[in-house]
Structures are given as structure tokens and as C-alpha cells.
Design a protein around this ligand. Structure first.
Ligand SMILES: CC(C)(COP(=O)(O)OP(=O)(O)OC[C@H]1O[C@@H](n2cnc3c(N)ncnc32)[C@H](O)[C@@H]1OP(=O)(O)O)[C@@H](O)C(=O)NCCC(=O)NCCS
Length: 186
């Protein structure tokens, strides 16, 4: 399935990641290392290199081919990649669901970029991918991310103790979902 790029802010396009993004992703992850550290798994040193990102993108391309992940980037016309949105763990049939993960560069925070990107990905998930539901989890203290999800129409559905290994420890998370449509699964 072809998913077209879409403009989510002046000069910023949400588009599918490509293998050519490896070097720019390494730059963006390096520039935002401290910003992302409290909210992400521990990353090995090679994660911050073009070679490491190229290996990661090869895995993502395979997952995309299998229909299990749809990986996007936020691409600024002047600065390059300023954020990432991933729809992963996609399951079809009676579940019709996927998990959302995202980040926006520290120097772009607070301008509605994550809200616009999550809204656009939810629209693509419902209208183009035919999914029923999107879920997301945030560390309980990640108030900014919880605010993004609330603005995008997600409801909090529970708390999962020690849900993910984030920044070196198993962290409690709030879980959220957004129902996209009630059509029959296909
Ligand atoms: C969370 C994150 C994606 C938000 O991106 P963003 O582009 O700044 O988000 P938006 O501008 O669309 O919305 C942020 C909202 O959170 C609010 N907010 C930000 N920091 C906050 C805080 N400490 N307490 C309360 N609200 C906060 C903002 O005011 C805004 O809400 P508003 O529009 O009602 O004023 C970004 O900060 C980020 O990448 N953080 C690190 C990685 C991360 O946490 N990813 C999500 C993992 S679940």
C-alpha cells in the first residue's frame, strides 16, 4: 500500500522513512540524545551512527514489507528529520490494532508538531490501513506525551506496572487507545 506524504506544519512533511535516511536519523538521534533518554530504551553506541541506523532501517523495511510496522519521519525542508512516528506491532483480523511511538526534536517542542503528526498517522491508520484501533503507552510521569494523546482523542484505559524497560529500568506506564472506526475487520 502506498502512503502519501502529508504536510503537518509549515515546511514539515510527514513521510515514510527510506533507507536513504540513515545518516540524517543518526544525526537527529545524536542531537536529541539527552532529550530522548528518559523516555526510550537504553541505546547501544552504534544506534547513533549512520551504519547502525542503516541496519535498523533494513529491519524496519522488512517489518514494513510484512505489514507489521509503518515507520514515518517528520522531515523539515531546511533542517531534515525533526521527529519520528512509528506504528508497530500491527495485528489484523479481530484485533485490527497497532502501537504508536513518537518523538519530536527538543528545539521543536511545544509547537503542536507531535499533535499534528499523531493525528495524521491515526487518520492514515483508519482510512488507508483499515485499522480499528491504535494504542500507546507513556511512562506515568511523561505528562507532555499524555497531553498529546488527550489532544488526539485517545482515552486512558489503564495502568501497566513495569510495562517497558525505559532508561535502564522497568517503568510503570499509562495505557491509552483511540478507536478509529467500527467497520468490519478485513
Ligand atoms: C512528548 C513530545 C512528543 C511532545 O511533542 P510536541 O511537539 O512538543 O507536542 P505538542 O506541541 O503537540 O503538544 C505538547 C503538549 O504538552 C504540553 N506539555 C509539555 N510539557 C508539559 C509538562 N511538563 N506538563 C504539562 N504539559 C506539558 C504542552 O503545553 C502541549 O499541550 P497544549 O497544546 O495543551 O499546551 C516531545 O516532547 C518528545 O518528543 N518528548 C521526548 C520523547 C517522548 O516522550 N516521546 C513519547 C513517548 S510515549
Amino acid at each position: 500500500m502506498i502512503i502519501e506524504p502529508r504536510t503537518v506544519a509549515p515546511g514539515v512533511v510527514l513521510r515514510l522513512v527510506t533507507p536513504d535516511d540513515a545518516a540524517d536519523l543518526a544525526r537527529a538521534y545524536s542531537a536529541n540524545r539527552d532529550h530522548l533518554r528518559p523516555w526510550e530504551p537504553r541505546r547501544p553506541p552504534e544506534f547513533f551512527t549512520a551504519e547502525g541506523q542503516a541496519a535498523r532501517l533494513a529491519e524496519l523495511t522488512e517489518l514494513r514489507r510484512e505489514g507489521r510496522t509503518v515507520p514515518w519521519v517528520l522531515d523539515d525542508e531546511r533542517e531534515g528529520i525533526v521527529g519520528v512516528v512509528n506504528l508497530s506491532n500491527i495485528v489484523r483480523g479481530a484485533f485490527g490494532s497497532g502501537s504508536l511511538g513518537y518523538w519530536v526534536a527538543a528545539d521543536r517542542a511545544g509547537r503542536g508538531l507531535a499533535t499534528a503528526a499523531v493525528t495524521a498517522v491515526c487518520r492514515a491508520a483508519g482510512d488507508e490501513l483499515g485499522m480499528h484501533r491504535v494504542e500507546a503507552g507513556t511512562v506515568t510521569v511523561n505528562v507532555a506525551s499524555q497531553r498529546v494523546l488527550a489532544k488526539c482523542g485517545f482515552e486512558r484505559i489503564g495502568t501497566a506496572r513495569k510495562y517497558l524497560h525505559i532508561d535502564g529500568a522497568w517503568r510503570d506506564h499509562y495505557l491509552f487507545q483511540r478507536i478509529l472506526h467500527d467497520r468490519e475487520p478485513h
